[in-house]
Structures are given as C-alpha cells and as structure tokens.
Design a protein around this ligand. Structure first.
Ligand code: GAL
Length: 656
C-alpha cells in the first residue's frame, strides 16, 4: 500500500521544496503528484516551453526515492491563450461566455483548445518519456461532462445526433418531437438546450441525449489525450482523476482506454452523528473499485477542513486522516495521495486545508498522517489482494442523467436507494461491488438492481437469467418505466420486470415529502415516502402492506420465487430500516456470508490473497465500541481502524 501527496512546486520557493522533499522522505511518502495547473509556467509564452523548474522538482523527489505522478495541465490554459482566443471559454446556458480568472473553463470542443492541448501534452510527454522517475500520468483534472453552449459544441451535438439516428424522421420519432410542434424539418434545427430553466420544460428524450453527448465528448477528450501519452510513454500507466459531481461522465466508458482508475476522495470531515448515515461514503469507494473491478488509486484524499466556495468547515477529527485512508485501502485502493501536502498560502483555495497548516508547523493531522505512512508500509503484503464480493449493486449513468432531468418527486434522488441498500449490506459486514448495470453478473449470489429506470434490454435479460439460475435480486420502484430513449413505456410497471417480480403496479402515488407507514407481516411498522407503488401480486408473496392512505392494505414489498431464484421488490422509498430488513432476509436466504451483530457504526471489509485474510474494522463513530469478528473480540477507540490478519486456508486451497 502506498501513500503519496499532491504538491505544487510552482507555488513555493525552492528552499522550501528541499525541506519538503526531505520531510516527505523521512515521513514515508512514496509518491508525489505535480503540475496539473502549471501550464503558465510550462509554456509561459506561446510556443516557449520551460521544463527546467519541473525537472528540478522531479529530480529532487527521485533522488529521495519518491516516485512522481505528472499531470497534463490542460484544465487550465494560460491567459495568453484566452487573449488570442477569447471565444475558447465555455458558454453558459443563457448564451453568455464564462470569464477567465478561475480554472477548468475552457471548452474542450474548441479547435484552438485542442491544438494547444495537443502541443503541451506532446511537448511534456516527449520531455519526460525517458525519465524513470515518472511512474504515472494523470491527464487533465476532474474533467466533467460539462454543458457548454458555444457554436463548436452545437456543431458537435448536431453531428452526434445525425450519427446516432441517420434521418430526421428517426430523431423525431425517438424524441417524440410532435409534442408542442417540435418536429425537426432540417438538421440546423437540432440545437443545444438553450435558455430554459429548469430544463424540465424541455423534452426528456432529447435532454437525455444531450447528457449522453456531453459525457461522450468528455470521454473522447480523455481518449484523445491518453492516446498521445501512450504513444510517447508506452510503459507508463495513464489515468484521470474523477469525482462525484453534478455532471459526471460515464465512468465505465471513460476508463476503458485508461490504465487505472483514480478518484478524489473527500468524505465528511465530521461524520454524521446518526447511525443511519454512516456508510454512505464507502458506497463511492465500492463504486470506484467496481468501475474496472480492479484496485484503484485515490488521487486526492481529505487532509484537513475544507473551504473555498463555502466557508471553512470542520477539521477531520482525530483518527480520520488515518482511518479514511485505510478505509480506501479496505475498499480496494492500493495507492492513496493526500490533497495536499501543504495548505496554500495564496489563491482561492488557501482555506482548503492540507496536511501542514499555514503556520508551517506540522501538527496533529500531520502526525496522524506520518503514522498512516507507517501502517501503509506494514500493509505491503495486502497489495494486490482481492476484494471478493458475493453481492453487487447496479448503477447506470443513463439513470443518473435521466433522474436529474426528471427528478420524479419532491426530495427524490437516484442515489438514495442504492446507498441505503449498500448501507444495509455494509451493516452485515459484507463486501459489496457497485458495478455497471452493463456488467456480467456471474459469481454473485445477490444483486440489488435499484431503479432500473431507462430501458436497457440486455441488463433486463441478465437480471432475468441471473434469477432464473438461482440468484437473488432486489428490485425497487421506478423500474421498467422508460424505454431506451427516455420515453414512457406503455405497459403496467415494472414493465419488463413484471414476470420476475410476480406483481404489477396498479397505480403509483408520488407522495413526495409526505410519509406513509408500511406494516411487515410480523407487525413491524416502518415509514416510507417519496413514491409508493401500489402492488397487485400475481404469484409473489406480500411481505409488507401500506398502513395508511387510500391504499391501506395494498402490497408494498413482495417476494417472488422465480426459476431457481428469488426476486424481492421494494415498492416504496423506505427509511433505512426497510432496506436493512429486506436485505438481511435476502442475504440469509441466499446463503451469503455475513457478520452478525455488528454495531451500526462499524464497517468491516475483507481483502484476501497470498494465503491471508485482512479484516479492516473501522469504527465510524465518535464513541468507543467493541465487536466480535470471527470469534475475536475487537475494541475500537473513536474513529479507530484496526486491521486483523488471519491465515486463509480456503483461499490458499482455492489458489492452488
Ligand atoms: C478537487 C480538485 C483540487 C482541489 C480540491 C479541493 O476537486 O481536483 O484541485 O480543488 O478539489 O478543492
């Protein structure tokens, strides 16, 4: 396991570089990432490149045995570039150009941006091609599927639509453009979704395509840059760093041409006090691992209190610098770089805290980081070990975009149910893969398929055959609602899933922020909200009924034996306890392995390999706690992460 840091030599004097590099070496830092925003120093004037300062920094780290991750600075063209191409900035939805002075505001579809990005990337990669100190490349920085409304994007979008549908008739049919007289009679009429806010007034099929287009363009940019780097530095792995933002590109496609996943990990500096919220963060780590079902990197890791676009937030409590990094390892990371080594003394992010504060006196958080470096070294043998999961949760970017376009009901969010299902499994100490709904399901015992909303015939078929062959599936409301274009399907819900659910929805009620009670057969009453499917079983057994509203007594949660497997359907968006209950029943029935009786704040993940099992046991609460892990009593201080190693005879036998 390797620990690194993000470092900005261009922001500090050289004398400090040396002191920093010495301290990094002493502390056990193995990697340093640099240069993602340094274009104005790498090409101070058009066509004049200066790598001397970066060479010096690279050498300084290399001489101390610290590997270097270099970044292409393409998220931040210098001002001389914008002076020459003022229209190369992004254009807002109201047609106004954004302004320079921040970062990430270039339009990646502008030809001049491409030309200049190509040149800096070629120069940089050619310069460092033979340098053994460079152990990885990060291209750009947190590239999003931006919505830009410039003429170049309009042109690209029109091409994208033409390419997908071929004829205007086909587009008109796919979008249902007859509504409100929106039928295209020439390609010029295919425009970007200007001006309408909220965009819910716009056609949802067209809007979904626009989101897919924005994602495809970001991915095209990533592939294009990756190809340049791969050509010049074929032996060095290439990545880009992603985060959970408003406009995420489809990560599954984005990483296809990249060598490894990297993710910017900023869990809550002060975890929620309520038990119900504890596991929401691990969901993201499991999703990152699930992108390639391989180990990933954290390229930026929380190191201090946040502050830039919001006022300063709380500092991570004692235990969390170490605990959160180890949590990333526990969920499949093998390298974690902390953002950032030093808190900036200049620039907009000077209140986004790194490991060393403005005072330049290494303090509590730094000391904890130093301790983490030691633990990570000692965990070396866990590197390359696997996370084997019997359970998976399906995620789809089409659904992510479609629910943003039409948010269903007050307070509804696509991620809410996947996270609650994840929390329910994490509460049982299970490893869970959060994977693409496009993935093969073999090897799992239990698959949660929440909100299978936008039509995906292949995914539906995989779920059917998985259940038929003996798997357990948990489906939820808002499944089978749309076709692949994002138009409503004319069939009782859950549409294509009706046969496997063994029930249909006679009516649904989007109750928004209202709540309704749901009564389980043993008398337990739980609360549900947002959206209620009123179910009519046709073969399924009713596990819970509504206990209120005009649909009192109607089925809310069902279970159906389908083929050799079992299908659960959760028809209302319930409180956490509803998912805990259904999941624990499903897990036990499916015969999946779990750890009974874990306190709600304790998360356990297991990595296996090299004849060993590594149990990562993390107390995500500000209170001391104790629990039994495989017959062993484990006491945990507030926010403590303990790693318990045991021999893995079955694993060893399986490996032979
Ligand atoms: C990330 C970004 C970093 C830094 C950090 C803290 O999203 O990649 O450059 O801005 O957030 O704000």
């Amino acid at each position: 396991m390797r620990i690194g840091v993000d470092y900005y030599p261009e922001q500090w004097d050289r004398e400090l570089w040396i002191k920093d590099a010495d301290l990094m070496k002493k502390t056990g830092v193995r990697l340093v990432r640099m240069a993602e925003f340094a274009w104005c120093r790498l090409e101070p004037r058009e066509g004049e490149f200066d790598f001397a300062w970066l060479d010096e920094a690279v050498r300084m780290f290399a001489d101390r045995g610290i590997g270097v991750v270099l970044c292409t600075p393409t998220s931040c063209p210098p001002l001389w570039f914008y002076e020459k191409y003022p229209d190369a900035v992004m254009t807002e939805q109201d047609g106004q150009r954004t302004r320079t002075g921040i970062r990430g505001h270039r339009c990646i579809n502008h030809p001049a941006v491409r030309r200049h990005c190509q040149r800096i990337v070629e120069e940089m990669t050619a310069h460092y091609a033979e340098d053994p100190a460079v152990v990885a490349w990060q291209l750009d920085n947190e590239l999003e599927a931006y919505f830009c409304f410039c003429d170049h994007c309009a042109e690209r979008f029109r091409d994208w639509v033409k390419n997908r549908y071929g004829t205007l008739e086909a587009v008109n049919r796919a979008y249902g453009n007859v509504v409100w007289s929106g039928e295209y009679s020439s390609w010029e009429q295919v425009r970007l979704p200007f001006g309408h806010y909220p965009s819910a007034w716009l056609n949802p099929a067209y809007m979904l395509d626009h989101s897919r287009f924005a994602s495809d363009r970001a991915i095209e940019f990533v592939r294009w840059q990756a190809a340049i780097i791969h050509e010049r530095c074929p032996a060095v792995p290439v990545t880009t760093n992603v985060w959970f933002s408003e406009h995420m590109p489809d990560f599954y496609k984005e990483f296809e041409d990249l060598d490894f996943i990297s993710y910017d990990n900023y869990p809550a500096a002060r975890p929620p006090r309520e038990d119900a919220a504890y596991f929401s963060h691990a969901f993201r780590l499991d999703m990152m691992r699930g992108v390639k079902r391989r180990p990933f990197w954290v390229m930026e890791q929380l190191s201090g209190g946040l502050g830039c676009w919001a006022p300063m937030g709380r500092m991570p409590e004692p235990g969390l610098i170490r605990g959160y990094s180890l949590q990333a390892f526990a969920h499949g990371a093998d390298t974690v770089l902390h953002f950032r080594w030093r808190t900036a003394n200049i620039g907009a992010e000077m209140h986004w805290h790194g490991l060393i504060d403005h005072s330049n006196v290494p303090g509590r958080r730094f000391n904890e980081f130093a301790d983490l470096c030691k633990t990570a070294d000692a965990l070396g043998e866990a590197r390359g070990t696997a996370i084997l999961s019997e359970a998976a949760i399906l995620f789809s970017f089409d659904n992510e975009y479609a629910f943003k376009i039409q948010p269903q009901t007050e307070g509804y969010s696509y991620l809410e149910q996947p996270r609650r299902l994840h929390r329910a499994m994490a509460g049982l100490g299970m490893n869970v893969d959060v994977i693409s709904s496009g993935e093969d399901l073999s090897g799992y015992r239990i698959v949660c398929a929440p909100e299978m909303y936008v039509g995906d015939a292949a995914a539906a078929e995989r779920l059917h055959s998985f259940a038929r062959e003996g798997g357990t599936v948990i489906l939820t409301a808002r499944s089978g609602v749309k076709d692949k274009y994002n138009n409503a399907v004319m069939a009782p819900l859950p549409g294509v899933y009706r046969d496997m659910v063994g029930a249909y929805v006679s009516e649904y009620d989007p109750i928004g922020r209202d709540t309704v009670s749901v009564r389980f057969s043993d008398g337990t009453v739980l609360s549900a909200g947002q959206l209620c499917d009123i179910l009519e079983p046709e073969g399924a057994e009713t596990l819970a009924v509504y206990d209120g509203e005009y649909f009192r007594g109607k089925a809310a949660v069902t279970r159906h034996r389908y083929g050799k497997g079992t299908v659960y359907y959760i028809g209302a968006v319930g409180e956490q306890a509803m998912y805990d209950r259904v999941v624990s029943e499903a897990v036990k029935e499916a015969g999946a392995e779990y750890i009974p009786g874990l306190p709600p704040s304790v998360e356990v993940t297991v990595r296996r390999g090299k004849g060993k099992k590594f149990y990562f046991v993390f107390n995500l609460s500000p209170r001391e706690t104790a629990t039994d892990i495989k017959g062993r009593r484990v006491s945990l201080a507030p926010y403590e992460m303990k790693i318990i190693t045991e021999d893995d005879r079955e694993g060893a036998a399986a490996q032979k």
